[in-house]
Design a binder for this molecule. Structure first.
Ligand code: ZN
Length: 723
């Protein structure tokens, strides 16, 4: 039943230094959805009350068994065979449904114990099976497994619907929620009741998905169907070899001669960055920004209008002023007004920074005698030239100081300083692949078991790209004293045997980021599994992980762990300064491009019942904001997948900025005290942020840590904005 609440694996796909780039990757949402699905198995295979049959397996299915072995039991990765998943999922879903039916049909009056706590205890077998199923899906997905996934996906979705549509169950949850007895519960218990109730209302309030599916299909159709052909060497002027190769490969795929630029971000952005051909830059840019807005069969404008109207109507039925008010109820920001206030505080300085960036670029163009005025299709191109001139950083100069295994020792050391953790190799634990290593985490002083940390750093076939954290088991006390099991996953290309693997500064930052998620799980100290570890609000979950990124550049870590793989000398300070300076490069553009989209997302969902014409709305809203002429929205409305392909990021695109603001502000607590390793601040951080999971309102938790609400100043400084 914990399946109801997303305890998603946490992903980071690109550089963590520029969090916006990271955050903006739609894959994050997609992968979360995958995890959600994998935790929500199905109903159609087995009718209620039917005994689960295991047709292909004569022996008991090992995936259904309790986890045995040391450390409170460990996942039986050594016993996995792909053929075991289907019968295991079927049996576990059936058991989960039986658990839920028993709770829903209880003849006793609904209480916290017999309903809410009972739900916390339900579906444990499914929790175990779907954890391993999820690990296989993300790291070991060969063709045989993919066939199982295709078959199971609709069944898992149907299972989930069956639970969230269980009217009797909802009535019991609602009764506990409305009962006067609720006041006698602890604050953690009251929060659990509230979460179960609102999550149930939310999943029951699903809209017909047809519009949203149509929206995505239209965008994909235009990304897939349109391109700009490059016919001669002259059309390739300025493009590096890698971009030429990609363009040639794209042409081959589309059965075209020569080269072509597809209508996707990964193809368009490098072209706009490097192409010397201003005419072609404009052509490619126009194609890309007009996706879904060409007045043809794939035009999304009327779909946007319709989705917004349905959302407004639903919000009203649920008793909220607007869709934005409804969506933010469960967030740290809590109200759209608060989120808008924060965005506007960053907006003006970001726009001011854009004007400086444009002035730099214009000066460069004038100096070269280009006789142009910077237009949106010139921005990336001239920004890259400015970057080379002012901030050029040679990664090959940095990499020899960044050894993967040394940095792993570095994150362990930081965890020891901040949280008193000690990491010891655990060699007696089964793993899914021989590249994976496991450490036991214990308290340095008492030796008490905290949990296990699995590290799966290398790329391989069947493993999805990027880096992420996953929880195999969450800490809780309802089912006994359960310790957590977490993992960090990455896609480094394995080095030669005996040679250290050297990584980039961005990758090192990502490593600290993902380890931050792991520490969020490891520090968890709560009673109920649904509230444990990283199961927190969307605009809060990246806070602990982004915060940990700050410790990479502390002198303590750099001097001990960022050492040259041959000479053993620590990374020179001037190189670190150069890295930090380059991190502020182009932040005006990055912030404004993103923030304008986030502001429009919120404004659209604050408009209520008003019938929206997206073209008119976009133009008027941007004029009113004073959008710089040289930048276009990162996602124009007819292509804003985050917001219109599902509900999940609607009125929620701001959350990336929100997490960034609180991160920068929180690190200030350390610098204002004794520095990044100040024991008192670290203890406040553990007590109020890293250990509490979702047992407390995040805004309150933050105030308990910081002594006040977050302020935007630290972020401004970090991004190099004028204050
Ligand atoms: Zn993250």
């Amino acid at each position: 039943m914990r399946a109801l609440i997303t305890r998603s694996s946490l992903l980071l796909f690109a550089t963590a230094m520029i969090a916006l780039v990271v955050a903006d990757n739609l894959k994050t949402a997609g992968a979360n959805a995958m995890k959600l699905t994998s935790r929500k198995p199905e109903s159609s295979m087995l009718k209620e009350g039917e005994t689960p049959a295991l047709p292909d397996i004569a022996e008991p299915n090992p995936l259904l068994a309790q986890w045995e072995g040391p450390y409170g039991g460990v996942p039986p990765f050594d016993k996995v065979q792909v053929s075991l998943f289907k019968p295991a999922l079927a049996a576990a879903m059936s058991e989960n449904l039986a658990d839920v039916d028993k709770i829903a049909n209880d003849s006793a009056a609904p209480t916290f114990e017999n309903t809410i706590v009972a739900l916390e205890r339900a579906g444990q077998t499914l929790e175990r099976v779907s954890t391993i199923y999820g690990v296989w899906g993300s790291t070991m997905a060969g063709p045989e497994f993919q066939a199982v996934q295709r078959e199971m996906a609709p069944k898992l979705a149907a299972f989930n619907d069956k639970i969230t549509q269980n009217e009797a169950l909802f009535q019991r949850i609602e009764a506990v929620y409305n009962s006067p007895a609720k006041k006698k519960l602890s604050s953690e218990q009251q929060r659990l009741v509230w979460l179960d109730y609102t999550n149930f209302v939310r999943s029951g309030a699903k809209l017909n998905g047809t519009d949203k599916a149509k929206f995505s299909q239209n965008v994909l159709a235009e990304e897939d169907g349109q391109f700009v052909a490059l016919k001669s060497e002259a059309d390739l002027a300025g493009l590096p070899q890698s971009v030429r190769d990609a363009a040639a490969a794209a042409a081959t795929t589309k059965k075209q001669e020569g080269w072509l630029i597809s209508n996707t971000r990964s193809s368009v952005d490098p072209f706009l960055t490097y192409s010397d051909r201003r005419d072609l830059r404009e052509k490619v840019w126009r194609m890309f920004i007009m996706r879904g807005d060409n007045g043809d069969e794939h035009d999304n404008n009327s779909t946007v209008t319709q989705i917004l109207q349905l959302r407004a109507e639903r919000a009203r039925l649920l008793g909220f002023t607007t869709h934005a008010h409804w969506r933010l109820e469960n967030s740290m920001a809590k109200t759209p007004e608060r989120a808008m206030e924060l965005m506007m505080a960053v907006w003006k300085p970001a726009v001011a920074r854009v004007h400086e960036e444009v002035a730099d670029m214009q000066a460069l163009a004038d100096k070269e005698g280009a006789k142009i005025k910077i237009e949106p299709w010139d921005y990336r191109y001239y920004a890259e030239r400015v970057r080379k001139a002012k901030y050029d950083l040679d990664q090959n100069e940095v990499k020899p100081y960044l050894q993967l295994e040394k940095l792993r020792e570095g994150v362990f050391w930081v965890a020891g300083e901040l949280f008193n953790f000690k990491f010891t190799p655990a060699t007696n634990v089964p793993v899914a692949h021989s590249d994976i290593r496991v450490w036991q985490v214990a308290d340095k002083t008492s030796g008490k078991q905290i949990g296990l940390w699995y590290f799966d750093p290398y790329a391989r076939a069947g493993k999805r790209s990027g880096a992420w954290m996953n929880a195999y088991r969450t800490q809780e006390r309802v089912n006994g004293q359960i310790t957590t099991i977490v993992s960090n996953n990455a896609n480094f290309v394995k080095g030669k045997p005996g040679e250290p693997l050297l990584i980039s500064w961005d990758d090192a930052t990502t490593m600290f980021h993902e380890f931050g998620h792991a520490l969020h799980g490891l520090n968890s100290d709560v009673t109920y599994p649904s509230l444990s570890g990283t199961a927190v609000a969307r605009d809060y979950v990246e806070f602990p992980s982004q915060l940990m990124e700050h410790w990479l550049s502390t002198p303590e870590v750099l001097n001990k762990f960022a050492v040259h793989y041959q000479t053993g000398k620590p990374i020179p300070q001037e190189l670190v300064d150069k890295i930090k300076r380059s991190a502020t490069f182009n932040q005006g553009f990055i912030t404004v491009e993103y923030l304008a989209a986030a502001l429009l997302d919120m404004k659209l969902h604050l408009a209520g019942d008003k019938k929206i014409d997206p073209r008119v709305f976009e133009k008027e809203a941007l004029d009113e904001l004073g959008m710089p002429h040289e930048i276009v929205l990162r996602h124009r409305l007819p292509q804003f997948m985050h917001v219109f392909s599902s509900d999940s990021y609607s009125a929620g695109y701001y959350s990336y900025l929100w997490a960034d603001v609180i991160t920068a502000d929180a690190f200030g607590a350390f610098t204002e005290a004794g520095g990044p390793y100040d024991k008192k601040v670290a203890e406040r951080l553990r007590k109020n942020i890293f250990s509490v999971g979702n047992t407390i309102d995040p805004a309150e938790a933050y105030r308990n840590f910081r002594g006040r609400d977050p302020k935007v100043e630290a972020l401004m400084k970090k991004r190099g904005f004028p204050s």
